[in-house]
Write a protein that binds this ligand. Structure first.
Ligand SMILES: Nc1ncnc2c1ncn2[C@@H]1O[C@H](COP(=O)(O)OP(=O)(O)OP(=O)(O)O)[C@@H](O)[C@H]1O
Length: 373
């Protein structure tokens, strides 16, 4: 009878697994396999879907595959709920040039995880370099000017997250942090706790994804790239891996000069972001227009742009040195300003649901159509 056969087989399997687990000389590999087979369900307190989050991130962040891969790896380990409970869930350091998506990836993650791009606690290390603010993070003696600042610097809810979703904190411009702040962070990396303002308040980072950004080495990357640009073949897509490898080495060297090995050694992942390359510039412009359209929803309008306009904005707005920010400036100048003028003239808050009539302009002899939704 198939049913009996199944039961006999299952019993035999369980006996084998048991024997494998108890066998003194069993190879570790076998033990892990047997043990995994024994587990039937994932027992995780986290309630998010890694592939859904990654699909959102991949739609929002372009040209940064190694960084996206690192975030995916982080999320998998967290979702499986196998991180060390006495430490932060993960610490990642994002390095590289300006305007390439280091902060945006954290915003996109906050949006995908918590439904709000600002649902993360951002600490600007530049501000912390002022002594009295630093005291707010490191714990000032009572009566000291920084002693009461802890509550304003760290947003406990955003930092600690919820039972099913991790909190997110971003320490921006890490290279500007003072030695005391770095020491405080080192303790956080070690035991996931931070006591500030003379012991009055304790923050737990044990359910927190810690991200840090730094522009360390950005100037060296620029010089290196300028030298390479004299040899156009070196900028060909096929050479990118070698170039990225070299830049990564350069930046890591800088990192070790700026911070102690103990600090660097406690960071789980260090990623050097790529320059924005010419071949993704049009996609970035299209993405900026998509973001603008999201913001236009509340005005019941939509912007319809001819692909030739996208090419124009990509051509004239791109400056590699300033990354995607230069493109945003082009979109603002050529699209946002005329649209804002149009909205102010034709779309009054007291319209009572009236939608504006379609508007269109010419940019580089191409149509930019502004449609009522
Ligand atoms: N790779 C990218 N994909 C999509 N959008 C990007 C990307 N890089 C930059 N952007 C756009 O440019 C803006 C600026 O990027 P971001 O704030 O991430 O810069 P950054 O790398 O953190 O630079 P900085 O070190 O100067 O803070 C973002 O808000 C986003 O609109």
């Amino acid at each position: 009878m198939p049913f009996l056969n199944d039961m006999i087989e299952q019993n035999q399997r369980q006996r084998d697994q048991h024997r494998a687990l108890n066998h003194e000389n069993a190879a570790p590999h076998n033990v892990v396999q047997a043990h995994l087979r024994h587990q039937s369900a994932l027992q995780s307190r986290y309630r998010f879907d890694v592939s859904t989050i990654m699909a959102t991130l991949r739609g929002e962040i372009l040209g940064q595959d190694p960084a996206l891969q690192a975030v995916e790896d982080i999320l998998k380990v967290v979702r499986a709920d196998i991180t060390d409970p006495r430490r932060p869930l993960f610490t990642a350091l994002f390095l590289g040039p300006t305007g390439v998506g280091k902060t945006e990836i954290v915003r996109a993650l906050a949006r995908a995880l918590h439904g709000d791009a600002d649902a993360f606690c951002r600490v600007d290390m530049n501000t912390l370099s002022q002594e009295h603010y630093a005291a707010a993070l490191t714990g000032a003696p009572p009566g000291y000017v920084g002693a009461k600042e802890g509550t304003t610097l760290l947003d406990q809810d955003k930092l600690e997250g919820t039972q099913g979703r991790p909190g997110i904190v971003l320490f921006d411009e890490l290279e500007k942090a003072s030695d005391e702040v770095i020491q405080a962070l080192l303790n956080v990396f070690d035991n996931g706790m931070l006591t500030v303002a003379s012991g009055e308040r304790t923050y737990s980072f044990r359910n927190t994804l810690i991200f840090m950004t730094s522009n360390l080495g950005a100037r060296d990357i620029q010089h290196y790239d300028e030298r390479r640009a004299r040899f156009p073949r070196s900028l060909l897509p096929g050479r990118r891996d070698r170039r990225h490898h070299h830049i990564d080495k350069l930046v890591r060297g800088k990192l070790l000069k700026a911070f102690s090995p103990e600090f660097v050694n406690r960071i789980d992942t260090t990623i050097t972001f790529n320059w924005i390359e010419a071949d993704i510039v049009e996609q970035l412009v299209a993405l900026e227009i998509q973001r603008l359209n999201q913001r236009l929803i509340k005005h019941h309008c939509h912007l319809d742009v001819d692909p030739k306009v996208v090419s124009f904005l990509a051509r004239q707005g791109f400056d590699r040195q300033f990354g995607a920010r230069s493109l945003r400036r082009g979109v603002r100048r050529h699209l946002e300003v005329p649209l804002a003028e149009y909205l102010l003239r034709h779309h009054h808050p007291c319209d009572n649901g009236d939608t504006p009539t379609a508007y269109w302009a010419r940019l580089e002899n191409q149509r930019v159509v502004f449609l009522p939704l």
